[in-house]
Design a protein around this ligand. Structure first.
Ligand code: UD1
Length: 424
C-alpha cells in the first residue's frame, strides 16, 4: 500500500513552527559514537525514518541503540565488528559515515556502498583518497568499500571539492590517528561544525571547525558524551520558502538564523520582511506576490543544493524571470519535470534553469523523487488551483518530522491518503 498527499491549493500559512535537530547532523553524530566505548547520548533527534535506519546500521556492527522520543542512546562495545554490510546500509546515504570511525577505531572496515536520494552521481573517491593519505588501503570490492591499515597516521589532505561526506569521514578517521592531520578545502557546513563540537566533547583535538582548514591532533582514545543536535537549517529554510510562497506569516524556532543568512537575504530580495532572533529563530512575513530572484547552489556558505527545489517552486509563482544554477548535484533538475506538470514555465539548459513566474500553478498528480523535491512539490501544491496529489511521499517522511500535521496546523489543508497509484 502506498500513500500520497492530497494538497489543497490556496492556503496562507500563519503561525509558529518549531524545527528539531538536523537530519544531516544527527546521522553523522550517531556514527561518531562508534569512536568511544560506552554510552553516548544524543538529544534533539528528529523523529524521521533515517534515524531508526542508522540505528540498524550501528546495531549491525555490535552497538546497542535505544530510541526514546527525541533522545538516542548508543552503547558502543569494546569489540566492534568491522563489517557494515547489512541491508540497512543501502537505505540511506549517511550510512557511509561509519567508514571513517570504523577504520579509525578498528584499522579496517568493510562498508556497503550507501543508498539515499537519487540526486545525481555520488562517488566516494575523495573519501577513499583521504583514507589512503592516512595510511589505509581502500578499494571497492563486491559492492563494499574495503579499507585496511596497520595504523593510521596524520597527513596533509587537499580535497578536490569541499565534500560534506568526505570531510566527515576523513575527520572521524583522523581523530584517533597518530600525529596531526590537516584537511584543506574542507566543507564548512554547520553540520560539520556540529560533528567537530561533539568529537571535541569526546576528547578529540580539532582546530578550525567551520573554516576550510581543519587541523586534527590525533589522541589515543575518546570517551562518550551527551550532545544536543543543532536545528535543521534545511527544514527551517523550507518553512521560510513556504511563508513567502503562500504570502504568509511564520515564526520559525529551533534553528539558528545565521545558518540561513544567504537564504533569508534572497527571500528579502523576493519581498519578505525577515526578523532574526539571535540564534533561536526568525519571523518571516510576505505581503505581496514575491519578486523573482536568481539562485546559485554552492557548498556552504553558498545557497544549499538541498534548497534548489524550493528556489524553483518559488520562482514558478514569482513576478518576473529567475535563473537558477545547480553546481553540486546535476540530477536535481529532475524536479522541474514535475513542476512542469503543475503548469510551471520552466526549462533547463545544462546546469542552468530559467523559470518564468506565472500567477497560479494548476493541480496535477506529481511524484517526489527525493526528500527535498517532495517537500517542494507540497509547497507548489499550496500555490496551485485545485487538489494536487503528491506521490511517493515516503521520501518526505525521511526528512520532515510531522510535516503534514504542521502544515495543517498553520492553515493548509493536506490529507494523507493510503491507496494504490494509477500510473497508466
Ligand atoms: C551531503 C548531504 C546532502 C547535500 C550534500 C551537499 C548528508 C547525508 N547529505 O551529501 O543532503 O545535498 O551534502 O550539500 O549529509 N563528490 C565526489 N567525490 C566524493 C564525494 C563527493 O565527486 O568522494 C561530489 C558529489 O558527487 C557532489 C559533490 O561532491 O557533486 C558534493 O557531495 P558531498 O558534499 O559529498 O555530499 P554528501 O556528503 O553525499
Amino acid at each position: 500500500m502506498s500513500e500520497h498527499f492530497d494538497v489543497h491549493g490556496g492556503a496562507r500559512l500563519v503561525g509558529e513552527v518549531e524545527v528539531v535537530g538536523a537530519k544531516n547532523s544527527v546521522l553523522k553524530l550517531m556514527a561518531a559514537a562508534l569512536l568511544a566505548e560506552g554510552t553516548t547520548t544524543i538529544t534533539n533527534c528528529p523523529q524521521i525514518l533515517d534515524v531508526p535506519l542508522m540505528a540498524d546500521v550501528l546495531r549491525s556492527v555490535g552497538c546497542e541503540v535505544v530510541l526514546d522520543g527525541d533522545t538516542t542512546y548508543i552503547t558502543t562495545p569494546a569489540e566492534l565488528s568491522h563489517r557494515a554490510d547489512s541491508s540497512a546500509m543501502g537505505k540511506l546515504r549517511a550510512s557511509v559515515c561509519v567508514l571513517g570511525p570504523l577504520v579509525g577505531r578498528l584499522k579496517k572496515a568493510v562498508v556497503a556502498l550507501p543508498g539515499g536520494d537519487a540526486i545525481g552521481s555520488r562517488p566516494l573517491d575523495m573519501h577513499q583518497n583521504g583514507l589512503r593519505k592516512l595510511g589505509a588501503t581502500s578499494a571497492i570490492e563486491h559492492g563494499c568499500v574495503v579499507a585496511e591499515s596497520d595504523g593510521l597516521h596524520g597527513a596533509q589532505i587537499w580535497l578536490d571539492f569541499p565534500s560534506v561526506g568526505a570531510t566527515e569521514n576523513i575527520l572521524m578517521a583522523s581523530v584517533l590517528a597518530e600525529g596531526t592531520t590537516v584537511i584543506d578545502n574542507a566543507a564548512r557546513e554547520p553540520e560539520i561544525v556540529d560533528v567537530c563540537t561533539m568529537l571535541t566533547e569526546m576528547g578529540a583535538k580539532i582546530e578550525g571547525g567551520g573554516t576550510s582548514t581543519l587541523t586534527v591532533h590525533g589522541v589515543e582514545a575518546l570517551h562518550p558524551t551527551e550532545h544536543r543536535v543543532i536545528g535543521d537549517r534545511i527544514v527551517g529554510a523550507t518553512w521560510a520558502f513556504a511563508a513567502v510562497m503562500t504570502r504568509g506569516d511564520l515564526t520559525v524556532t529551533g534553528v539558528n538564523p545565521h545558518h540561513l543568512d544567504l537564504v533569508l537575504e534572497k527571500l528579502r530580495l523576493a519581498g519578505a520582511e525577515v526578523t532574526a532572533y539571535d540564534d533561536k529563530g526568525f519571523r518571516i512575513v510576505q505581503a505581496d506576490r514575491p519578486r523573482s530572484v536568481d539562485f546559485v547552489t554552492l557548498p556552504y556558505p553558498g545557497f544549499a543544493t538541498d534548497l534548489q527545489p524550493f528556489a524553483v517552486a518559488l520562482s514558478s509563482v514569482s513576478e518576473g524571470t529567475s535563473m537558477i544554477t545547480e553546481n553540486v548535484y546535476e540530477a536535481r533538475f529532475r524536479f522541474i519535470e514535475e513542476m512542469i506538470r503543475l503548469g510551471a514555465d520552466a526549462r533547463t539548459d545544462g546546469h542552468h534553469a530559467v523559470v518564468r513566474g506565472i500567477d497560479r500553478l494548476s493541480s496535477a498528480p506529481v511524484w517526489a523523487s527525493d526528500i527535498r523535491a517532495g517537500a517542494g512539490l507540497v509547497l507548489a501544491g499550496l500555490c496551485a488551483d485545485g487538489v494536487t496529489e503528491v506521490w511517493d511521499v515516503f521520501h518526505i517522511d525521511r526528512g520532515y518530522p510531522h510535516f503534514v500535521e504542521n502544515l495543517n496546523r498553520l492553515g493548509a489543508r493536506i490529507d494523507r491518503v493510503a491507496t494504490q497509484p494509477d500510473r497508466s
